[in-house]
Design a protein around this ligand. Structure first.
Ligand code: SF4
Length: 344
C-alpha cells in the first residue's frame, strides 16, 4: 500500500515547572528548565488502509504520539509528512485540509463530548468549522453508520442522556462525518463496560473496511491490538523499541521489553502453559534520560557496557521481519556499536 503518513524522528518534550516562579528563576538564569521527554525520536509510516497499533505501558509516549499525529500537539522536533507535504512547512490552507483528514477518537467519551451540546450539534460542528454543506444529511449518515438508530431520535439528546457505549458511538460519528483519511483511536473501549466493548470494536472494524481508512490504535492491551491491527509498534520511554507485522511481534517478539509485555498478558487457558513474567523494576527517569538503552535497568538480557553507553538504534535485523532496537542483535561481523555514540 502507498504511504499515507510518514513520521520522521518526531520529538515532543514538555517543560516541567511551568509556574511563574520557574519562569522568574529562568529569567535570572537560575537553573535550566527540566523537560519530560514524552516522545523522543519516533519514526514510522502509516500506509493507506492499514491499521497500526501503538502499544506500551502508560507514560511510554503513545498518546502524545497519537495527539501529535492529528496536530493536537506541535512537535518539539522532527516532522510529519502527509501527502508529500511536510507539515512544518505547510501553508494554512494545507494545515486546514490536513485537520479535516486527520481525526481522533478519545479514550473517555464522558469527557470528550461537550455536555452542553446536543448530539446533532456535536456531530455537525466539524462540518461547520470546515464549511461543508449538506449538514443534516451528513450528520444523519454518520449517526446511522455508528448504529444510533433511528438517527433523528438522537439529534436533540445530550451526552448525559446516553450510555457510555452510545457516547463513544457519537464520538465515532463525529470523527467520521468529515470523511477523513485516517483516525487515531486512543484506548477507544477501555472506559466502556465490558459488555459494550465488542460492539464498539466491531463498529471500528467496519469503519476501517467501509471507509478504506487508515487507523492508529493506541492501547496497552495487546490482545485488543492483536485483533485490530496489521502492524504493531511497541514503545518504551518515548521510543519505539520494536515494530513489524502483528503476528510476527506477538508470536516471535525479539526485544526483551516486548517479550516481557507479551508474557505478562494473561493467557485464558492455563493449560497453554506460558510462564507469566512480571516486569521488574521501575520505568526510568523521563526527565533525566539515562545513557544507552532506556530499558537497561529492567532488562533480563542486559549485556554490559554497550547497553549502558550506546542508544540501540531501531533497525531491521537479519533473520527477523521486524525492526528491533536492542544490542543483542548487533553481532554482525565488523559491526561497531560505538561508532555513533550520538545516536538518540
Ligand atoms: Fe537489554 Fe541491552 Fe537490549 Fe537494552 S540493548 S534491551 S539493555 S540487551
Amino acid at each position: 500500500n502507498d504511504v499515507l503518513l510518514e513520521v520522521d524522528d518526531l520529538k515532543k518534550h514538555f517543560k516541567v515547572n511551568q509556574g511563574w516562579i520557574a519562569s522568574l528563576m529562568e529569567s535570572f538564569g537560575s537553573g535550566e528548565p527540566d523537560y519530560v521527554h514524552a516522545v523522543d525520536g519516533v519514526s514510522f509510516e502509516l500506509r493507506e488502509g492499514e491499521t497500526l497499533g501503538l502499544a506500551g505501558e502508560s507514560g511510554c509516549g503513545k498518546t502524545t504520539t497519537g495527539m501529535s499525529l492529528v496536530k493536537l500537539h506541535d512537535p518539539t522536533a522532527g516532522d510529519i509528512v502527509y501527502d508529500d507535504t511536510r507539515l512544518s512547512e505547510a501553508s494554512d490552507a494545507e494545515i486546514k485540509q490536513f485537520r479535516q483528514n486527520a481525526q481522533m477518537i478519545f479514550q473517555d467519551p464522558f469527557e470528550s463530548l461537550n455536555p452542553r451540546m446536543t448530539v446533532y450539534d456535536t456531530v455537525a460542528e466539524p462540518l461547520r468549522i470546515h464549511d461543508i454543506r449538506n449538514e443534516t444529511a451528513r450528520v444523519q449518515r454518520a449517526l446511522e453508520f455508528a448504529e444510533l438508530l433511528p438517527a433523528e431520535q438522537y439529534f436533540d439528546q445530550y451526552p448525559h442522556e446516553l450510555s457510555g457505549g452510545q457516547r463513544q458511538r457519537v464520538a465515532i460519528a463525529r470523527a467520521l462525518v468529515l470523511d477523513p483519511d485516517f483516525i487515531v483511536a486512543d484506548e477507544p473501549v477501555s472506559m466502556l463496560d465490558v459488555s459494550l466493548r465488542a460492539g464498539v470494536l466491531s463498529l471500528l472494524d467496519r469503519m476501517t473496511d467501509e471507509f478504506g481508512l487508515s487507523v492508529v490504535y493506541i492501547s496497552h492491551d495487546l490482545s485488543l491490538l492483536r485483533h485490530m491491527c496489521d502492524r504493531l509498534a511497541i514503545m518504551y520511554m518515548g521510543k519505539i523499541v520494536e515494530k513489524g507485522p502483528t503476528d510476527q511481534i506477538i508470536e516471535n517478539p525479539q526485544h526483551p521489553y516486548t517479550q516481557a509485555l507479551i508474557n505478562a498478558v494473561p493467557v485464558p487457558d492455563p493449560a497453554v502453559g506460558r510462564d507469566r513474567v512480571e516486569l521488574q523494576g521501575e520505568v526510568g527517569d523521563v526527565i533525566d534520560i539515562p545513557t544507552g538503552c532506556r530499558f537497561k535497568n529492567r532488562c533480563s538480557e542486559y549485556i554490559g557496557d554497550v547497553c549502558d553507553q550506546v542508544v540501540p538504534p531501531l533497525e531491521a535485523k537479519t533473520d527477523f521481519e521486524q525492526d528491533i532496537a536492542c544490542h543483542l542483535y548487533d553481532s554482525a561481523e565488523g559491526y561497531d556499536p560505538y561508532q555513533d555514540m550520538t545516536g538518540s
